[in-house]
Design a protein around this ligand. Structure first.
Ligand code: SF4
Length: 227
């Protein structure tokens, strides 16, 4: 499979935020979100076998521990990445899959925690969510909306309520988008949607979701990769 990087850091998103985690970042994405902070994954990388990836993961962190499969869009390499996730589970790791929601997810092993995006209008990739994926998410999974505006918030709130997401998954996450060229200050000034504003809307609407911040961007310079 084509891999951009494998590294160890703290998990920055989802309900696992704050935990040490090995990230396996696969190369390539078929979407082009306006605020994407992973454009460096679109090309390049290096070919690695399943056993080479397993070896690198175990060098960085012995099982049990957290491993996130991410990208780019990892499910573009479904034939290779599904067996990889199963082997990592067999090795004793807890496996998270971060995915755009555009690819089919029915072949993802059941023990993998899926963190599935639903793209909002300001991403430029609205309507890419594969509605069949609502049948594949379970009470262990998480659904994430990255928000850049009030229009995005209204979309996310309507989608969450209409599809009763809070009853389907472990967590629904509303997360402010970060400016993709952000650098320097490690604070919310780089958010495209002010977290305080988002929090106030969520409180007023009693939203069945939790506000998620990208923790790593408040710990390291947001321009730093591999953290
Ligand atoms: S799906 Fe993810 S990697 Fe692909 S363009 Fe959007 S944010 Fe970037």
């Amino acid at each position: 499979m084509q891999i951009t990087e494998i590294y160890k850091s703290l998990q920055g998103e989802s309900t696992h935020a704050g935990l040490p985690c090995v990230f396996v970042r696969l190369t390539g994405c078929n979407l082009r979100c306006t605020w994407c902070d992973s454009e460096y994954t679109f090309q390049g990388g290096r070919k690695m076998t399943l056993d080479e990836v397993r070896g690198e993961v175990s060098r960085l962190s012995q099982a049990p521990g957290l491993v996130e499969i991410t990208g780019g869009e990892p499910m573009l390499q479904e034939k290779e990445v599904v067996p990889l996730m199963q082997r990592l589970l067999d090795d004793g790791y807890q496996v998270l899959l971060e995915t755009s929601g555009e690819r089919p997810l029915e072949h993802v092993p059941a023990q993998v925690v899926k963190v599935v995006d639903v793209k909002c209008p300001d991403s430029g990739e609205a309507n890419t969510f594969r509605m069949d994926n609502l049948a594949t998410v379970t009470a262990c999974d998480e659904i994430k909306f990255v928000l850049a505006s009030r229009a995005d918030y209204d979309f996310a709130l309507d989608f969450t309520r209409r599809h009763r997401l809070a009853e389907k998954v472990h967590a629904v996450l509303f997360s402010p988008a970060f400016r993709k060229d952000a650098t320097g200050a490690r604070d919310s000034s780089h958010c495209l949607l002010d977290p305080q504003q988002l929090a106030e809307w969520m409180i007023a609407d009693n939203v069945p979701a939790r506000l998620g911040l990208q923790l790593h961007k408040f710990i390291w310079d947001p321009a730093v990769k591999g953290v």
